[in-house]
Design a protein around this ligand. Structure first.
Ligand SMILES: C[C@@H](O)C(=O)SC[C@H](NC(=O)CC[C@H](N)C(=O)O)C(=O)NCC(=O)O
Length: 350
């Protein structure tokens, strides 16, 4: 079977070819396109509060003005709002060629749990959510299987997913025993001390297994390569309200990494941006999709992104027929992120 057109590059291609999967049909009792006012009133229902991976309740704000586009009077005001918005990495979305095979690998070899599965026959795809804890408090993977598509191009820009484990050697032995592919044996990372290994899933997505005993968030990194690290850091700090948690140059191996996120690396999943000296562009393939980030207000989020020169490829608003509000953006390298309304997302999980 042929894979669908590439999602690589900036602009319309990425927007059109990597649709955000439809959200839970549990929400579809509210009529598609219902007036925002009615939707806000419907929010009076009690909500299960999200928790972060460390177990602390997340502050979900049932804002009455959430659907109003704000007009920030300055970039400082916009930045301050983005910094105090209630954000967390929710999930990472990517395409796989055989859902059952991937679920088997992730559950048997990587110790994930299958959290939920949904089939959207009218759109000809199925999603499976897997991770190490409930979605209201953990970063998880959202696998997409498009009917009849059994192969994708992972490209050169996507790096890996990171998984923190108690014992790297044990995990690698298990992967090998189950017939999985080990591409880098356990040992200290080149130029550092952390014990790591690399394994590959059935589609060839790389997983870096990192020794990180007792971590509350085992699925801890999404590594993407970027062509200009300072430009990318500035984008994720300003347009996305992330913090630069750590930056490490490894001149012996000619690369620099920057860990970006919404809280300490030990407790939260992070975006690991890698710059390889002299490489300014990568081919992105059509397999990797995007990270999803929770926000209290997708409208304000889109406004902030635009104020800082970011590209909004899906204007903020409810997904037709489902009503979960989202907005999609591209970073300067063309990597996509989707911001999802926290309250709508919590409803999906009810
Ligand atoms: C602990 C944390 O900092 C790491 O594990 S970095 C892992 C390291 N990354 C790179 O080498 C990135 C540059 C590389 N050219 C790329 O684009 O992927 C890594 O993968 N090390 C490999 C090793 O064998 O140690």
């Amino acid at each position: 079977m042929m894979a669908p057109p590439t999602t690589a590059g900036r602009g319309a291609v990425a927007c059109a070819a990597a649709p955000v999967p439809r959200r839970s049909l549990l929400l579809s009792t509210a009529a598609a396109g219902a007036a925002l006012h009615s939707e806000q009133l419907a929010r009076a229902r009690p909500l299960r509060l999200a928790r972060n991976a460390a177990g602390a309740p997340a502050k979900i704000r049932a804002s009455a003005d959430a659907a109003q586009a704000a007009t920030f009077t300055s970039t400082d005001e916009a930045l301050a709002w983005a910094k105090k918005d209630n954000r967390r990495l929710l999930h990472v979305v990517y395409r796989v060629g055989d859902l059952d095979k991937t679920i088997k690998f992730y559950t048997e070899c990587l110790g994930m749990k299958l959290l939920r599965k949904r089939d959207i026959p009218e759109e000809k795809y199925t999603n499976a959510f897997l991770g190490y804890g409930p979605e209201d408090s953990n970063f998880v993977v959202e696998l997409t299987y498009n009917y009849g598509v059994d192969k994708y191009d992972i490209g050169a820009g996507f790096g890996h997913f990171g998984i923190g484990v108690d014992d790297v050697t044990k995990t690698v032995e298990l992967v090998r025993a189950k017939g999985g592919k080990v591409t880098r044996e356990p040992g200290p990372v080149k130029g550092g001390k952390t014990v790591i290994a690399f394994v590959e899933d059935p589609d060839g997505y790389k997983f870096e297994i990192l020794e990180r005993p007792g971590t509350p968030e085992p699925l801890c990194q999404v590594m993407l390569r970027v062509g200009d690290l300072d430009r990318a850091i500035s984008f994720y700090e300003k347009a996305c309200g992330m913090e630069l948690l750590r930056k490490r140059d490894n001149p012996d191996y000619k690369y620099t990494v920057a860990m970006m996120g919404y809280g300490p690396e030990e407790k939260n999943a992070v975006l690991e941006l890698t710059y390889n000296y002299g490489v300014t562009e990568y081919e992105k393939g059509n397999a990797y999709g995007q990270i999803a980030i929770g926000t209290d207000d997708v409208y304000k989020t889109a406004e902030v992104v635009k104020l800082f020169g970011g590209q909004v490829v899906r204007e903020p608003g409810p997904l037709p027929g489902i009503n979960t509000k989202i907005t999609s953006i591209l970073d300067p390298d063309g990597w996509k992120s989707v911001f999802v309304d926290n309250i709508d997302f919590a409803r999906e999980l009810e």
